[in-house]
Write a protein that binds this ligand. Structure first.
Ligand code: ATP
Ligand code: PRP
Ligand code: NIO
Length: 502
């Protein structure tokens, strides 16, 4: 393998290390749609000094939910810090024969120069709110579209799904178990991180735990039990090796007639040695309500009230809600495929749109019209705020133009396209900016929180929202208001461009 030229970064990496190196230092710079490069080549020729402003936002909450948990900012920062066209990237682009030599030379010495603002990771966010704003040379801002969307769409989707699942678990721990069914290594690793941001207590994915400081968690697989001559022998061996963490999988043969009685035998042995903590069973098939109720009774009658019951097997928020409503006796959940793939609604359709350009210091708002008002963009360089009442509860968000004087009270307009005329007077509120500067002319100026800090922040921010917005089914629409100046600007632009083109 030594000396093989997979990519500029992989030269001289022994094959045993390639997997690790790929995770740690692969170069994603070319991971972009071709048109980003063809447009950038054009901007380089036509508009080399023009500044672009882009907003990244989504239009619809998955699963008809009330909110999205914004996740992926840490990976966006890493991506932007590491942007670099290697010599082999430039050589490859040259072979396509469509780029000007001067443009390729610009890419070879590319230095990231943009300003980036973002909502803090973990924040619950709502349709049409800018989550990331990028300002910089059009050539550069354009190139970021694919990866920024790839990262934010994926991680926010999984964090949102995790929040739904953890919410119905009502405080019972949820472990992320999905790596084996995730769509590839990144989906497993970054998905596990996003699941923790959305509320999971930890993950079975050891790489994700290592990279992001998450709690690695796990029990045992059926293969452990199967590999011994009997279930008893398998449990015995486990308890000898792990007496301080004995969570036994009881459904290999027969949960109530074999698994639970054998687990109780082991717990009795542990009790005789003075160990009564961290014992429990996992059930991975069958009727969860029936089996957990019966198992709970057996464990309690044997004196093991503190033995926990974990369940797994294609769980999602609906199954969890259902079994808890039926009175299932569950202490914790292991959730895999339906969480890591967000299988009930597996796309967050975030978009990255040009909202303004700037030449010689003069900002010109830009709009894209559409037959549907939802798809018509919101022009201008903007800022996003959250409004809180005196009790610290969020009452809505406010989107305004960047240079508007901070509002203390006044009229704002409902952004719901079906209610664009609705005006509301607001007063007695606190206005908190939701966006923070991340890069200043290409330099990172943000202290990055740990993933666990993001998780705690996300929980607190979600709890400050009105309860009716948190409902999984038919949530109340959270108010996203616009300032008068923004509303007038957009209405005028829609009129102007519609007339120009009619
Ligand atoms: N009481 C319940 N109410 C609603 N859904 C349940 C209940 N008990 C189990 N489920 C869910 O029903 C589905 C049953 O799936 P499936 O038929 O594949 O499992 P199984 O036959 O019990 O086990 P396996 O095929 O893994 O051996 C799972 O998603 C499980 O979580
Ligand atoms: O069902 P999930 O939510 O994805 O949870 C993870 C699943 O992964 C394991 O199953 P395994 O790969 O052994 O296959 P199984 O479906 O036969 O249990 C585990 O026993 C869970 O069932
Ligand atoms: O540790 C476990 O029990 C586990 C891990 C991954 C998938 N299923 C179960």
């Amino acid at each position: 393998m030594s000396g093989s030229k997979l990519n500029g970064n992989f030269d001289l990496i022994p094959s045993c290390q390639v997997g690790r190196k790929i995770m740690e230092q692969r170069n994603l710079t070319l991971l972009m749609d071709l048109y980003e490069l063809t447009m950038a080549n054009g901007f380089f020729k036509e508009e080399p000094s023009k500044i672009g402003y882009f907003d990244l936002y989504f239009r619809k909450v998955p699963d008809k939910g009330g909110l999205v948990i914004y996740a992926g900012l840490a990976q966006v920062i890493k991506y932007l810090k590491e942007l670099k066209f290697t010599d082999s990237d430039i050589e490859y682009l040259q072979t396509l024969g469509i780029f000007a030599p001067e443009f390729l030379e610009y890419l070879r010495t590319f230095e990231f120069e943009c300003d980036v603002w973002s909502v803090k990771e973990g924040t619950p966010v709502f349709p049409n709110e800018p989550l990331i704003i990028v300002r910089g040379p059009l050539i550069q801002t354009q190139l970021l579209e694919t990866m920024l969307l790839n990262i934010i769409n994926h991680e926010s989707l999984i964090a949102t799904k995790a929040r739904r699942i953890c919410m119905v678990a009502k405080g019972r721990p949820v472990m992320e178990f999905g790596s084996r069914r995730a769509q590839g290594a990144d989906a497993a690793t970054f998905g596990a991180r996003a699941a923790v941001i959305g509320g999971c207590i930890g993950t079975a994915n050891v790489l994700s735990a290592k990279l992001f400081g998450l709690t690695p968690l796990g029990t045992m697989a059926h293969s452990w039990i199967q590999s011994f001559k009997s279930e008893q022998a398998a449990f015995e061996a486990w308890y000898r090796i792990y007496p301080n963490n004995c969570l036994l999988l009881v459904d290999t043969y027969d949960v109530l007639n074999s698994g639970v009685p054998h687990a109780i035998e082991i717990f009795n042995k542990l009790k005789a040695r003075g160990v009564t903590e961290h014992i429990g069973i996992r059930i991975d098939s069958g009727d969860i309500t029936f089996l957990t109720k019966a198992a709970r009774k057996m464990l309690d009658e044997a004196g093991f009230e503190n033995a926990t019951i974990t369940v797994s097997n294609a769980l999602d928020e609906d199954v969890i809600q259902n079994v808890l409503e039926e009175g299932a006796a569950i202490d914790s959940f292991g959730v895999g495929e339906k969480l890591i793939t967000a299988s009930s609604d597996p796309v967050l359709s975030g978009v990255y749109k040009l909202v303004a350009t700037q030449v010689d210091g003069k900002i010109t708002p830009k709009i894209k019209l559409s037959n549907t008002i939802e798809k018509t963009t919101i022009p201008g360089f903007k800022r996003l705020y959250r409004l809180y009442n005196n009790n610290g509860k969020a009452v809505g968000d406010l989107l305004g133009l960047f240079d508007e004087i901070r509002l203390n009270e006044g009229s704002v307009y409902n952004s719901d396209p079906n209610k664009t005329q609705q005006k509301r007077k607001i007063n007695n509120f606190r206005l908190d900016p939701l966006m923070t500067q991340i890069f200043d002319k290409g330099k990172l100026v943000y202290r990055e929180p740990t993933t666990n800090e993001v998780k705690d922040f996300s929980k607190a921010m979600t709890e400050s929202l009105p309860e009716a917005c948190l409902r999984l089914k038919n949530p109340d629409l959270y108010n996203v208001f616009w300032t008068k100046a923004l509303k007038i600007m957009r209405t005028d632009m829609i009129e102007k461009y519609s007339e120009m083109n009619s």
